[in-house]
Design a protein around this ligand. Structure first.
Ligand SMILES: *[C@@H]1O[C@H](CO)[C@@H](O)[C@H](O)[C@H]1NC(C)=O
Ligand SMILES: *[C@@H]1O[C@H](CO)[C@@H](O)[C@H](O)[C@H]1NC(C)=O
Ligand SMILES: *[C@@H]1O[C@H](CO)[C@@H](O)[C@H](O)[C@H]1NC(C)=O
Ligand SMILES: *[C@@H]1O[C@H](CO)[C@@H](O)[C@H](O)[C@H]1NC(C)=O
Ligand SMILES: *[C@@H]1O[C@H](CO)[C@@H](O)[C@H](O)[C@H]1NC(C)=O
Ligand SMILES: *[C@@H]1O[C@H](CO)[C@@H](O)[C@H](O)[C@H]1NC(C)=O
Ligand SMILES: *[C@@H]1O[C@H](CO)[C@@H](O)[C@H](O)[C@H]1NC(C)=O
Ligand SMILES: *[C@@H]1O[C@H](CO)[C@@H](O)[C@H](O)[C@H]1NC(C)=O
Ligand SMILES: *[C@@H]1O[C@H](CO)[C@@H](O)[C@H](O)[C@H]1NC(C)=O
Ligand SMILES: *[C@@H]1O[C@H](CO)[C@@H](O)[C@H](O)[C@H]1NC(C)=O
Ligand SMILES: *[C@@H]1O[C@H](CO)[C@@H](O)[C@H](O)[C@H]1NC(C)=O
Ligand SMILES: *[C@H]1O[C@@H](CO)[C@H](O)[C@@H](O)[C@@H]1NC(C)=O
Ligand SMILES: [Cu+2]
Length: 552
């Protein structure tokens, strides 16, 4: 956002597009004003001024019904909303728009299609999403219901990260020298680092729907509630076969809908979240807590139970144990359609790298600048947004030759000290409308092997499989789940491992693809996928809105 004190107006109007067809049906009209402003917040005994929406942290919840509202929403990115044909309102800085200048406004038009469950909106510029984010709750349409018994009540729980310092200054400081950015000072649940500030009140015997959102910046998190079983029923606004578990693992960017029944004796129980981290990079190793508090008259314990099932920080077995159980619901009412063939195949290496020192002080290892890449290209953001350049056919903004393969094949998970340096570029992958695309992501051991939560805008896709080590094109595909793979928009590539996704390129536009660990994204672990128009207007990018922010 780059800007302080930006005033934004938000309007929600009442006609909609469904699968690209304007239905022009009058529906509920809501108009809201959202103001992006600096607000003082005190956490961990220290006060700072930070960007917020309407002075709230986390920001306001948007509530909609599946496909039935067409929102005009003034902001940066809403995470995971597919936005049929409407990349203009997708958000990422210099990918689909330039930043909104102080005092200016931009009306985002958010088009809901088949999403149902929980998503979120957030700023997509610098690190402003640390404080500028909120939930999007998409209920079933009138006349339809959840594919599980109706919960008694629901509650949004947003995982976040708190930095005592100013986040823009923090990433600017790190970028100036190419050093690792400072780590957060605490994790938060709904904006609070811990009990006693935080509590959820439940009634014994009732079942609640928790809408868990990971808005944090740099770490995957485990989440659990003492003595309470969790039943995960949706991820990224798409239903799952219910998973009964005593904890979940959630990556930045992901959302999960979780049923919890208050079936314990009335008391206070800790809700807790801590990172999963298995690399040697610096990280925030703290735990955030809240209290699940039963209503009624009883003497609360002086020290409530802590969830013993919350896995330890390096417990990759717990990660796999949970993530390998995630399957699409794939029912008659919520069918899936996994592409059976593939037209476009990509194999993308995902690496943390170095760039040579080109300044007085370099803060990366061995006097380098830390960088990151996809297929050995560290993405540099252009100065005019790629969407505009593509739509208006402007040259010298980006190149359309993002490669389908890394420049060389090597033992991706072996000893790769000689491959530290990466090249840089602003390259996009162009895909014809309607093609069936398969991407294998291969994590590498260069600099530091880590788990990378990848996210693609404009789509949800099927996660066919994941594994450790080098992807083997003979044996790995034999492990694919083609029956009920989850249809999601963010997934973790295992440390020193691979992951395969498949989708149909049926959403024309310019779509950002990036690691959702903000430090990796800032270092260039990103690229752009451009899906061309189909043959009709209804399968083409819509014309640009009138008030699009101008690039300087
Ligand atoms: C909402 O805002 C839109 C766009 O500014 C305007 O056309 C419409 O009249 C407003 N509706 C209401 C009910 O305020
Ligand atoms: C925010 O805090 C700063 C310093 O503590 C203070 O100078 C400023 O007036 C506060 N702003 C508001 C809006 O309260
Ligand atoms: C859906 O039902 C709710 C509550 O009954 C009602 O307020 C709302 O107007 C309905 N929405 C539509 C689009 O019919
Ligand atoms: C940024 O660097 C300056 C100069 O070293 C330092 O004073 C400041 O505290 C840093 N800011 C943050 C948020 O880390
Ligand atoms: C967190 O890290 C600090 C220093 O790096 C260490 O002293 C502390 O024991 C760690 N805490 C946990 C819970 O691992
Ligand atoms: C975490 O580690 C501690 C100490 O090693 C151990 O007692 C505990 O059982 C572990 N917890 C889990 C959930 O694995
Ligand atoms: C997950 O862990 C449970 C108990 O700890 C075990 O019974 C189960 O087999 C594991 N599942 C997988 C997929 O590893
Ligand atoms: C985006 O472009 C503007 C100029 O239009 C430039 O000032 C800004 O630094 C660019 N942002 C990034 C992240 O490169
Ligand atoms: C790749 O490197 C890993 C780690 O050193 C090693 O275990 C593996 O055997 C190597 N694979 C091949 C095909 O050389
Ligand atoms: C893939 O696996 C097959 C069967 O185990 C093996 O013969 C082949 O060498 C492997 N390919 C690579 C590139 O490791
Ligand atoms: C298709 O879109 C173009 C440009 O947006 C417009 O000029 C044309 O009238 C549209 N055609 C139809 C049939 O709607
Ligand atoms: C879709 O493609 C873009 C980019 O080439 C053009 O600018 C649009 O005019 C085109 N839209 C239609 C309806 O053809
Ligand atoms: Cu990453």
């Amino acid at each position: 956002m780059g800007a302080k004190k930006v005033v934004l107006i938000l309007a929600f109007l009442g006609f909609w597009y469904l699968d690209g067809l304007p239905l022009c049906t009058a529906s509920v009209v809501h108009n809201y004003t959202y103001i992006l402003k600096e607000t003082n917040f005190t956490r961990l005994c220290s006060t700072k001024s930070m960007l917020t929406v309407n002075g709230q942290f986390p920001g306001p919840v948007l509530r909609v019904q599946k496909a039935d509202e067409h929102f005009f929403f003034i902001f940066k990115n809403r995470h995971g909303v597919k936005q049929p044909r409407n990349p203009w309102s997708d958000g990422p800085e210099n990918i689909t728009q330039c930043p909104i200048k102080p005092g200016k406004k931009f009306t985002y038009e958010v088009v809901f299609s088949d999403e149902e469950g929980t998503l979120w909106w957030h700023a997509h510029s610098d690190w402003s999403r640390a404080t500028v984010h909120g939930a999007i709750v998409i209920s079933p349409k009138n006349g339809t219901s959840y594919p599980f018994p109706k919960p008694y009540a629901e509650e949004v729980i947003i995982l976040g990260e708190w930095y005592k310092g100013d986040v823009k200054e923090l990433i600017d400081n790190a970028t100036a020298t190419g050093a690792d950015p400072e780590v957060s000072d605490a994790y938060t649940l709904n904006g609070q680092p811990g009990y006693p500030n935080n509590c959820s009140i439940v009634i014994q015997g009732k079942t609640y729907l928790l809408r868990l959102i990971h808005a944090g910046m740099n770490e995957e998190m485990f989440f659990a509630i003492a003595h309470h079983k969790l039943t995960v029923v949706a991820q990224d606004a798409s239903y799952l076969k219910p998973i009964n578990t005593s904890y979940v693992l959630i990556t930045p960017g992901q959302t999960m809908d979780i049923l919890v029944t208050a079936n314990q004796s009335p008391s206070h129980y800790y809700i807790a979240a801590r990172p999963f981290f298995e690399s040697t990079a610096p990280f925030d190793n703290s735990t955030t807590t809240a209290i699940l508090q039963y209503a009624g008259n009883y003497t609360p314990p002086s020290s409530p139970s802590f969830p013993t099932t919350l896995p330890n920080i390096t417990d990759s077995f717990a990660v796999d144990n949970f993530t390998t159980r995630v399957r699409a619901l794939a029912s008659k009412d919520h069918p899936i359609s996994v592409p059976t063939g593939v037209d476009v195949r990509m194999f993308i290496t995902v690496s943390v790298n170095h760039l040579p020192c080109d300044r007085a002080v370099c803060g990366g290892p061995n006097n380098s600048i830390l960088a990151a890449s996809l297929n050995n290209i560290s993405f540099s953001a252009p100065k005019i947004d790629i969407l505009q350049a593509y739509y208006r056919n402007l040259s010298n903004v980006y190149e359309s030759n993002f490669p389908d393969r890394p420049p060389s094949l090597f033992n991706f998970t072996g000893d790769n000290d000689d491959l530290l340096l990466t090249s840089t570029g602003t390259k996009a992958k162009i895909i014809e409308y309607g093609k069936r695309v398969e991407i294998v992501f291969q994590g590498t051991s260069i600099e530091l092997p880590e788990n990378h939560p990848m996210h693609l805008h404009g789509f949800s896709f099927y996660l066919l499989g994941t594994g450790y080590g080098n992807f083997n094109k003979t044996t790995s595909p034999k492990t694919y789940n083609l029956i009920d793979p989850p249809e999601i928009n963010t997934f973790g590539i295992p440390k020193n491992g691979w992951a395969t996704i498949r989708f149909v390129a049926n959403n024309p536009g310019v779509w950002f693809m990036h690691c959702h660990l903000e430090r990796h994204s800032s270092w260039g672990m990103t690229t752009v996928i451009i899906v061309k128009n189909g043959t009709t207007n209804a399968t083409s990018i819509r014309p640009p809105p009138a008030n699009l922010p101008i690039c300087s």
